[in-house]
Design a binder for this molecule. Structure first.
Ligand SMILES: NC(=O)c1ccc[n+]([C@@H]2O[C@H](COP(=O)([O-])OP(=O)(O)OC[C@H]3O[C@@H](n4cnc5c(N)ncnc54)[C@H](OP(=O)(O)O)[C@@H]3O)[C@@H](O)[C@H]2O)c1
Length: 518
């Protein structure tokens, strides 16, 4: 684990201040898998957004790498089309795009073949000289995950991981998924760290780039009123939900191997969990924030394979109705086996063994084909210790709660009881609501824009560190094992358009609680 510490010591304690004031250094960004879906739908629109905001260095270039034969011009044209489709490119932005497109290059090689990297190195030297990008390199692995280790190795075999001078930097962003279980994640970490130092490695989890997720830290740590009640004395439990209305669409083949646990829980949900539960860091920098998150992961009580049926519920969507439309069940989707036991829904109960959270359960759920698309963190407070208003039945009094809406309809609400006007003492819950849209106007920046910009600045605060990926997998892998071996654990069907199997309700009911209806 020494490598992880090393990275941390090299981060700048004043990163955030620097980030606000500085433009990134000149650099060449090399995207492996540049003919793929992610590049056209997310990466190029995100980077062009930086150009729109004047946040790119002038000596900047993007080099797309993939096997599909394409010239530089064909690549530029292909991405111009993608920008119209996915990046909102306007006719009025032609000059800005043309300028940006001059910095787009394409190198057709097979990134899995080591011998092809000599050509890549040569082309990078030429482009670097042409663009004046001073030798700084940012690699982005947007290939299928099976290529992450080979591409890293190939970069190392030709010395492209080493900065040209002590003033230069070389960084690498690695897409999700980072492994499919603990041993594969460890093997990938080892392969990557054989070539790169931890401080060069940026494991992306795009949830961490979302404004609302970053605001979770501001909400907790820049306000005096919430932190004192953010603990077991006042909080009854916390529910973290990520619900989608869509099914697996064209990704059936991928999803069969992943399931909701690998696709959503191990990465995004565990990151939200850690940000909700962590102690206040001393500084807002990569070391302190990631150290505090790591302590949360280490304090989560592991769910043993023999106990999975007590703490987890798996579901798979059956035919049903979503948004008034009939939709087919998961087993009927393209690329999915008729005998599939892949979970499209997971509900979990976690416990944290530390002073702040002892006896406060964290319920985490994620599902496809739910009635509503919503990601939120709901903090449910304890009821008042004394029932003063005796004309109201005690169980009619609501819990107070704070709900942090990550997406859509981004914002935060506080729910509390209020007296209904009139001569009798009757009450009902009311909500105070903060909405990003009405408070700040405009649209929120895409998570990839923020994260790529941070990487260019060398700020890894919003990226997952190797040790936290490791510990997150060490919590998830025994659950997967239990699902395979524990006879009491089953996959329950739920009709598409419902909030998951009824067995998931039971998970809460046994604790005298229930899932929120977001
Ligand atoms: N798409 C998304 O929305 C999304 C979201 C989150 C994470 N990710 C992750 O981001 C990565 C890229 O996603 P993607 O959807 O863009 O993937 P993709 O379209 O499947 O693959 C990207 C490119 O990699 C190249 N490639 C595929 N198989 C190869 C092989 N065997 N050898 C060498 N090159 C190969 C292909 O280009 P050539 O055939 O031209 O070589 C392809 O265009 C994946 O790891 C994915 O898990 C994607």
């Amino acid at each position: 684990m020494n490598d992880f510490k090393e990275s941390v010591l090299q981060t700048n304690p004043l990163q955030e201040e620097v980030r606000m004031e500085k433009l990134p250094d000149p650099c060449v960004m090399v995207i492996f898998g540049a003919s793929g879906d992610l590049t056209k739908r997310k990466l190029i629109p995100a980077i062009f957004d930086l150009a729109r905001q004047g946040m790119l260095p002038s000596n900047f270039a993007i080099v797309g790498v993939a096997r599909t034969p394409m010239t530089h011009d064909a690549f530029r044209e292909y991405l111009a089309g993608a920008m119209k489709e996915f990046g909102g490119l306007q006719d009025s932005e032609t000059a800005l795009w043309d300028n940006f497109a001059r910095g787009l290059y394409y190198v057709a090689i097979d990134p899995s073949v080591a011998e092809h990297f000599a050509q890549l190195k040569k082309e990078l030297e030429t482009i670097d000289a042409e663009r004046g990008s001073s030798g700084n390199l940012l690699f982005y692995l947007s290939t299928p995950p099976s290529l992450y280790a080979p591409v890293t190795k190939n970069l190392g075999s030709i010395g492209l991981q080493r900065p040209r001078t002590p003033e230069n930097w070389v960084r690498i962003i690695i897409e999700k998924p980072f492994g499919i279980d603990l041993s594969s994640a460890r093997a990938l970490n080892a392969d990557v760290l054989e070539v790169f130092k931890e401080h060069q490695v940026y494991r992306i989890d795009h949830y961490l780039g979302k404004e609302t997720v970053q605001n979770l830290m501001v909400f907790r740590f820049a306000n005096g009123i919430f932190e004192p009640i953010w603990n077991r004395t006042y909080i009854d439990h916390i529910q973290i939900t990520a619900a989608e209305t869509v099914g697996v669409e064209s990704r059936g083949g991928y999803y069969e191997q992943a399931g909701a646990m690998r696709d959503m829980i191990q990465n995004h949900m565990m990151q939200l969990f850690a940000l909700t539960a962590m102690e206040p860091p001393v500084l807002f920098d990569a070391q302190q924030v990631r150290d505090e998150k790591q302590k949360v992961f280490q304090a989560i009580r592991p769910i043993k394979p023999e106990d999975v049926h007590k703490y987890s519920v798996r579901g798979q969507y059956a035919p049903g109705t979503v948004g008034g439309k009939s939709v087919s069940g998961y087993k009927e989707e393209k690329g999915v086996s008729k005998e599939s036991v892949t979970e499209t829904y997971v509900g979990l109960k976690f416990t944290i063994d530390n002073w702040r959270w002892a006896d406060v359960p964290f319920y985490v759920r994620s599902g496809k084909r739910m009635p509503k698309r919503v990601t939120e963190i709901a903090v449910q407070f304890k009821k008042t210790p004394h029932h003063l208003f005796r004309t109201m039945p005690a169980d009619s009094l609501d819990h107070n709660n704070i709900v942090i809406r990550i997406q859509p309809d981004e914002g935060i609400s506080l729910r509390f009881s209020s007296k209904i006007p009139g001569s009798s003492m009757r009450m009902r819950p009311v909500t105070m609501d903060f909405r990003y849209g009405s408070s700040f106007g405009g649209r929120l920046a895409d998570a990839y824009t923020r994260l790529i910009f941070d990487c260019m600045l060398g700020d890894a605060t919003l990226y997952a560190r190797g040790d936290s990926v490791d510990v997150a997998w060490s919590l998830i892998t025994p659950i997967h094992e239990g699902w395979k071996t524990n006879k009491n654990s089953k996959v329950y069907e739920y009709p598409a358009g419902t909030w998951g199997p009824k067995e998931a309700d039971q998970l809460m009911k046994t604790d005298g609680r229930q899932w929120r209806l977001p």
